[in-house]
Structures are given as C-alpha cells and as structure tokens.
Design a protein around this ligand. Structure first.
Ligand code: CA
Length: 224
C-alpha cells in the first residue's frame, strides 16, 4: 500500500513518513499542492494525507481536482486551522477524515487504519484467502491455517501486491511501484530476494510464487 503525504512543514512530513514507513507502507512526500496534483494523476496511491495550507495549490483545490477526476482514494486532511467551517468544507469536497494539528502519531496511524478498513468494505473483504494462505490487509499479516507467518514489512508488501493480482503476471516494476517510495533507489535484485524469502515462508499454504523469466511473477495455486 502506497501513501502520499502532501505537507509543506518538512519536520512534520518527515515524522509522518518515518512513522508510516515503520508500519510497512510505502510513503511518498510532496511539499506543495501542484506536485500533489501531478503525483495523483498516476493512480498508484491507496491513501492521501493532505495539508490545507500549501504553496502553489492549496489543499482544498488539490482535493477538488482529485474528486473531479472521479478518483475515490481515501483522503485524510491535516490542518492547523481550527475553524469549523473549514472542516465542513473539506468534508463536503470529499475528504474522508480530518485531523487538527497538533495530533499524535498514534492517532494518525489509527485514522489511517480506519480509513483503509472503511475503503475495503465496499470492495474486497479485509482478509484475502487463497488456498490455506490468509492475508489481513488491515494488519498486513499473513497466516497459514491460522498460524501467523512472520513476514518483514517488505515481504508483506510484495505478498499484498501479488494477492491483489492472484493468477496474473505482475512485473517487478509493478511491485516496486507499490512497495517503494520514489526517492529510494531500489534494484530489481531486492525484489528477487523478497520473492525468494516469501516463497519459502508460504510453503504449506497451497499457493506459490512462480517466476516467468523476463515478465515477472505469478502467485498461483500449487499444482499437483
Ligand atoms: Ca501547511
């Protein structure tokens, strides 16, 4: 899951980025509204954290443009302005939640989890199950027949991408896009390492990750 933070207060943005990355999200940060508007056209994000007072394009305008394109990703507004009419305006423009600064990182994390959970209710169930392998998309944990499979944040990220495209080829680029932020230089070799570890860890789950040389990977049922 990839999150975009739009915030011009650099120390705050860095704290948010660090905290969310620790929870296993791929987090990108932009510091002005125009950059956010541009980044959101790519449609790779699962959640937007949006400050209101921003250079170039304010948060309201970013939100308005996003919803005009019929993009439904969850939006959490951050604001230092405590005027109640701004909260109403933000929600009217299509924000899903609103946090007034200062807030604790724990509260932000809880709101993010709640938004992602809510977003999934209309679509897929929060737990994805194939064979004996279950994956809880909210806690980002995997299990086989009820036993927890210990995964690193990156391994869980790779598994999540593969599960969402079960039975279909996923390229290394598509995996990279979902588990890394733009500013991290990560090689395809790293993805190979995560897939290799993941494949070993999910043995017994009735599914496996196949490699299609030159194309990518497929998560599929183990054939007998
Ligand atoms: Ca600001």
């Amino acid at each position: 899951m990839r999150i975009l933070i739009t915030e011009d207060d650099a120390p705050l943005a860095e704290a948010l980025q660090f905290s969310l990355a620790q929870s296993g999200y791929a987090v990108d940060w932009v510091s002005n509204g125009a950059a956010a508007d541009e980044a959101l056209k790519g449609d790779v994000f699962g959640l937007l954290i949006l400050d209101l007072g921003l250079p170039k394009l304010d948060g309201f305008e970013v939100l308005k443009r996003l919803r005009r394109r019929n993009i439904t990703l969850p939006v959490l507004i951050l604001s230092g302005r405590e005027k109640p009419e701004e909260k109403v305006l933000g929600l009217d423009l299509g924000a899903d939640d609103y946090l007034v600064k200062p807030f604790s990182l724990n509260e932000l994390q809880a709101r993010v989890r709640a938004l992602l959970r809510r977003g999934q209710q209309g679509g897929a169930a929060p737990t994805i199950l194939y064979g004996e392998l279950g994956f809880d998309t909210v806690s980002r944990s995997a299990s086989i027949q009820g036993r927890t499979v210990p995964l690193s944040a990156h391994e869980a990220g790779v598994l999540e991408v593969l599960l969402h495209r079960f039975g279909r080829v996923v390229s290394k680029e598509q995996i990279l896009e979902q588990i890394y932020s733009y500013d991290r230089g990560v090689s395809h070799n790293a993805i190979e390492v995560y897939v290799h570890r993941l494949r070993r860890k999910i043995v017994g789950g009735g599914v496996t990750v196949r490699t299609l040389y030159g194309q990518g990977y497929i998560l599929d049922y183990v054939s007998h």
